[in-house]
Design a binder for this molecule. Structure first.
Ligand SMILES: [Zn+2]
Length: 68
């Protein structure tokens, strides 16, 4: 069996979750935010079936937002 270091995994997941929430807040507010990978402008796609998306042109950023 392969052992996995969950503590490292959880830490980075928590960090990226916090980063995502920050980013979502900014994009929803109308700020111009660029993708950290390709530097293209991020676009907010309005909700469809209760799920909105934030994406970049190249698709390296693809964040789904569940809207309550
Ligand atoms: Zn990108």
């Amino acid at each position: 069996m392969t052992s996995i270091d969950f503590s490292a995994l959880n830490k980075s997941a928590a960090e990226s979750f916090a980063q995502q929430r920050n980013l979502i807040k900014k994009v929803c507010r109308g700020d111009k935010i660029n993708c950290t990978h390709c530097q293209q402008l991020l676009t907010l796609i309005p909700a469809e079936n209760g799920i909105a998306k934030i994406i970049c042109n190249k698709g390296c950023t693809n964040i789904e937002l569940e809207l309550g």
